[in-house]
Design a binder for this molecule. Sequence first.
Ligand code: NAD
Length: 265
Amino acid sequence: MDAPHRTALVTGAASGIGRATAEELAARGYAVLALDIDEPGLAELVASAEGAGGTIRTRRVDVSDQDAVRRAVTEEVAGSERLDAVVNCAASFVASGLEVTTEEWELALGVNVRGISNVVQAAHPYLARTPGAAVVNTASISARIAQPSRWTYNATKGAIVSLTRCMAMDLAVDGIRVNSVSPGWIWTPEVARAAAGDRERWEPIWGRFHLLRRLGEPVEVARAIAFLCSAEASFITGTDLPVDGGYLAMGPEGLGDDSTFAGTS
Ligand code: NAD
């Protein structure tokens, strides 16, 4: 169990990986400030955290709105003595390719890239006065590979890996570590929607994109994020941690157990 009275800010906390992270950090003794645009989702998070004995406050904010983020962070964090961790999970999943519109680019860049910048910029004064403070951004395996018709999503995820390195350089002088995680396919509401809710059908298919032959759970990413926030990761900064069940380790031969793999090279 980590030390009590630590505080964390988590964006995208109403759902999926962000929600699991808010719950995981609350269970480890952090007082969590949960931000999202989804108010009913935030209310569900609070109800479940109350059952588990965690401390979670919420606020509706659109991370792409720089002024709103600054106001929210100032009003919600200024009263506390410290801000130990900022975790950026909020994302737009807009995935568009050759036909991409200006609006789609603005949404993807606004939430996924500028959103992280807005939050870290607003949180910086509080992180800087907290010894051992850390930021974790959520990138993706999609940062490293080509996927069809996904210019917006994949480019913004690549940008997050790059942004993380630059933030790590600039914030190191204040003792703040900055890293990212790159999840593989995690069973969150977004992935469940793509599967029309039919996990039994799609897990065996999508699971084979991973060495571990299954999809990940949100809590498995949340635990990696909690590690990067903790003193256990005190000499880790400016890097990306795949939490992907071996997705990025696999080559084009796949798992090697079908008839197209000669296995001789
Ligand atoms: P999710 O849809 O369950 O959660 C995303 C949350 O972000 C939602 O609660 C949504 O309301 C919030 N959000 C969207 N726009 C916002 C805005 N403008 N301001 C504030 N909040 C906003 O998604 P998830 O699958 O848990 O994804 C979390 C993170 O993990 C994302 O960064 C995503 O790109 C990344 N990721 C997910 C997977 C996966 O398989 N699920 C894989 C790789 C990376």
